[in-house]
Write a protein of this length. Structure first.
Length: 460
């Protein structure tokens, strides 16, 4: 019997967490966390909250970048994982057909009845890679279009359709794909006219900045693509599974029926990584056209029992607890409460989004005193004011949020879908206090802003 004891190991060495990361992992992560004061030590988590060693609670409005759709440690998902481990299933034999993948595929396809088959991988970027490969092979065309400012992953294929230069820089050459502005049908038509486009991949609501495609755009883009024998790929890795108030975000627009849909994040229940690519029958049958091609696209850990059990438990909880309707109701409440603050604060310019995917945008104020401070920040680095809001939300109000992309004055809220009125009240109250401080010339907040300016200049 091995002497390994996880509880003892964490008790003995858990305090070294930041030093261990500095020495052995991405050394810039602890450096960044120390710089902005996010170097907290969380001891446990449940639902929409963390707790530190002193027993103070922290409201999670980030949900692990959307992974924790049901919050942390949902009892139904935990039980499913205990059950599948206790069952000692003959998992990943590679030469049999276990029931759990088929059952999970059946459940997912029930939410998107125009699609027929599923490929299971291990992450969102794998789901995107699958869609890119399938689209190219099914159409016989090499090029995939994507939208400026899109995020579809960081592996080489998905990076080729990533619309943010900061992620792409230094990793060329990438695949021969082309960006078009979100909502620009003329740009799409110009590219399709070249005859070599396999597909357009699009987030119905972009994670960076929380920008939604204009009304009617997805349907018009889909029709245009199909006329040119190209496919529509919907990246629902972050927007899917109820995040925007419908099961999939593309379902907000009538008549949209993507040829391929990418899913991940919340399907995991926050435990076992899983990704899924849903697609039409003819696409799968073309890729897997013969027994010789049975393994032409596969994943070593795809369809593993733990991931499938977690996914089935997540979908069962969502159905039993009416999670999608709850997210729509709570999102409308939170977005409405925040929008009411726009006339009160000249630095607050917009509140947008759907369901519990909300963007809070800041902009140039009108009064002279605030405008001079704003200009100082912008001259150093765009996005510093949003960071000035995020930090006191955590430091003073124990609420975890994020800036919605580099050089953006936008905070993105993607909390667990289980939050309710208590959490809405807490966030709105804290956000109001931070904005009061900013508009009242609060020295602490603007002093921190000057510190950020110095750091921005030093890192140029």
């Amino acid at each position: 019997m091995t002497g390994f004891d996880l509880t003892r190991l964490l008790a003995e060495r858990g305090g070294e967490r930041y030093d261990l990361h500095t020495r052995h992992l991405n050394h810039q992560l602890p450096r960044m966390l120390h710089t902005i004061g996010f170097d907290k030590v969380y001891e446990r988590a449940e639902g929409a909250y963390f707790w530190d060693a002193e027993g103070q609670d922290y409201l999670d409005m980030l949900a692990g970048f959307g992974v924790m759709g049901l919050g942390r440690h949902h009892p139904v998902v935990r039980k499913a994982l205990h059950d599948v481990l206790d069952a000692q299933l003959p998992d990943l034999t590679r030469f049999d057909c276990q029931p759990l993948p088929g059952l999970l595929a059946e459940k997912l396809l029930g939410q998107s009845p125009h699609l027929d088959r599923v490929f299971f991988g291990n992450s969102g970027t794998e789901a995107v890679e699958t869609a890119l490969k399938f689209a190219r092979y099914a159409t016989g065309k090499p090029r995939v279009l994507y939208c400026t400012h899109a995020f579809h992953g960081l592996t080489t294929g998905s990076l080729s359709v990533n619309g943010e230069d900061g992620f792409r820089d230094g990793f060329a050459p990438l695949l021969p794909d082309t960006a078009v502005p979100l909502g620009d049908l003329d740009a799409l038509a110009r590219e399709l006219a070249k005859g070599d486009v396999a597909a357009l991949i699009v987030e119905p609501i972009q994670g960076k900045g929380v920008h939604e495609a204009p009304p009617g755009h997805l349907r018009a883009a889909q029709d245009l693509l199909h006329r040119h024998k190209a496919l529509l790929i919907a990246d629902e890795v972050q927007t899917g599974l109820g995040r925007t108030g419908d099961f999939f975000a593309y379902q907000h627009e009538d008549g949209v029926a993507p040829d391929l849909v990418c899913v991940a994040k919340a399907l995991s229940g926050g435990y076992v990584p899983v990704g899924a690519t849903l697609g039409k029958e003819w696409i799968f049958k073309k890729v897997y056209s013969s027994m010789d091609r049975v393994l032409v696209h596969s994943a070593s850990f795809g369809s593993n029992a733990q991931a499938m059990a977690a996914g089935l438990a997540v979908l069962a909880v969502m159905e039993d607890e009416q999670t999608v309707a709850h997210a729509r109701h709570t999102g409308d409440l939170l977005r409405g409460r925040l929008a009411e603050l726009i006339p009160k604060y000249e630095l607050l310019h917009d509140v947008r989004g759907r369901g519990l995917m909300i963007g809070i945008e800041f902009g140039r104020p009108t009064s002279l005193g605030l405008r001079s401070r704003w200009t100082m920040l912008q001259a150093a680095r765009k996005g510093l004011f949003a960071q000035m809001v995020v930090v006191p939300l955590l430091q003073r109000h124990r609420i975890l949020t994020q800036v919605s992309g580099d050089h953006l004055e936008v905070i993105k809220l993607i909390p667990p879908l289980i939050i309710g009125e208590r959490e809405v009240d807490r966030f709105v109250g804290a956000f109001t206090a931070v904005m009061d401080d900013a508009h009242g010339g609060g020295n602490l907040m603007w002093d921190f802003g000057r510190t950020l300016v110095k750091q921005a200049v030093a890192h140029r």
